[in-house]
Structure formats: C-alpha cells, structure tokens
Design a protein around this ligand. Structure first.
Ligand SMILES: CC(C)(COP(=O)(O)OP(=O)(O)OC[C@H]1O[C@@H](n2cnc3c(N)ncnc32)[C@H](O)[C@@H]1OP(=O)(O)O)[C@@H](O)C(=O)NCCC(=O)NCCS
Length: 151
C-alpha cells in the first residue's frame, strides 16, 4: 500500500477533497451540508491522501491569526481507517505549516472520539467541551511548534 499526501493543486483535486468530506461528515456524521462547506474554503490549503492513486482522505489548514494555524475537516474514508492514512495526512499538513513563517502553534477542534488520535501527534486539550458540526461533542486542542522543535 503506497500512501501519497499532497496539496490540492486544482479544482479537480479540491472536488476530490469535498467528495471525501461529503461521505465522511455530511453522510456519515449528519453534519449539515451548509456547515460542512463554509466561507473559509478559499482561505484554506487543501490536502489529499491517495492510496495506490485512489483518494482516501482529505484535510485543510489555514492561518487562524498572526501566530496560529488551524487544521480542519480531517477525514479518512471508513474503508481506509486504522492504516496510518490519517496520521500521514496530519504529518503532511504539519510539515507544510512548519514551512510558514510566524506560525507558532497549531489548533484544531477535535471530535471527542478523535482526541487520542490527535494526542498521539502531540496535541493537548485546552478549554471547555462544546458542541459543533450539528451536535457533535468537541474539545479544542493545540500543538506548540517551538516546544516540539526544542524537544
Ligand atoms: C480521525 C481519523 C481521521 C483517523 O484516521 P485514521 O487513518 O483511521 O488514523 P490512523 O490509522 O492514521 O491512526 C493513527 C493513530 O491514531 C490512533 N487512532 C486513530 N483513530 C483513533 C480513534 N478514533 N481513537 C483512538 N485512537 C485512534 C491509531 O490507533 C493510531 O495509533 P498508532 O500510531 O499508535 O498506531 C478517522 O478516524 C476519521 O476520518 N474519522 C471520521 C472523521 C472525523 O471524525 N474526523 C476528525 C474530525 S475532528
């Protein structure tokens, strides 16, 4: 199995990202379609995970403020889960963020079930529990890049 992580380079790649997100979030988790596609789409850099050249995962990141990036919409198709695709996608996205000047930390809103997944990548919970994406329990998590580099 070969996993390739790359940036979406054109509207066709972007469409593939949305296909994965529609299956995983809109159909799989009942996230309202008008919540899943949001006004930040054009401000984000979209990533694809291809397994043997077939799209199996997607995610996006964007600058959140002067010193923070935010990772959003991370999704792996059901049939691809548990094989390291999500982890590879996160590592590819984080590598891209690290190339960007002035970004000191990375934040995300984790669905409760995914907290151990992000935790295994160094993210730590902060703030209170909340509902998002319809009615899905979430916690905010953060990865401080300087600490990671110093470690
Ligand atoms: C969360 C998600 C992206 C993980 O992708 P994945 O390809 O299955 O994850 P991986 O196979 O790369 O797992 C990486 C590590 O995290 C662990 N992990 C993955 N999902 C986990 C979960 N739900 N709970 C606990 N641990 C988990 C794996 O055991 C693995 O650990 P290891 O490195 O010690 O072997 C995927 O389950 C998914 O798309 N879920 C539905 C959409 C979603 O909820 N997205 C997150 C929105 S915040």
């Amino acid at each position: 199995m070969s996993i390739e992580i790359r940036k979406a380079q054109n509207k066709f790649d972007y469409a593939r990202c949305v296909q994965v997100r529609t299956i995983v979030f809109t159909i799989g988790q009942n996230v309202p379609p008008d919540r899943e596609i949001d006004p930040e789409e054009d401000n984000a850099i979209h990533f694809l995970a291809l397994v043997d050249n077939v799209v199996m995962g997607a995610g996006r990141w964007r600058r959140y403020n002067a010193h923070s990036a935010k990772i959003e919409r991370l999704a792996v198709l059901d049939i691809g889960r548990g094989k390291g695709i999500g982890k590879a996608l996160m590592q590819g996205i984080l590598a891209d963020i690290r190339k960007t000047d002035d970004i000191r930390d990375v934040i995300l809103g984790a669905q409760d079930h995914a907290i151990p997944f992000y935790g295994s990548l160094g993210f730590v919970i902060y703030g209170d529990a909340y509902m998002d994406g319809g009615n899905i329990p979430h916690r905010d998590m953060r990865l401080v890049l300087q600490n990671e580099e110093a470690a």
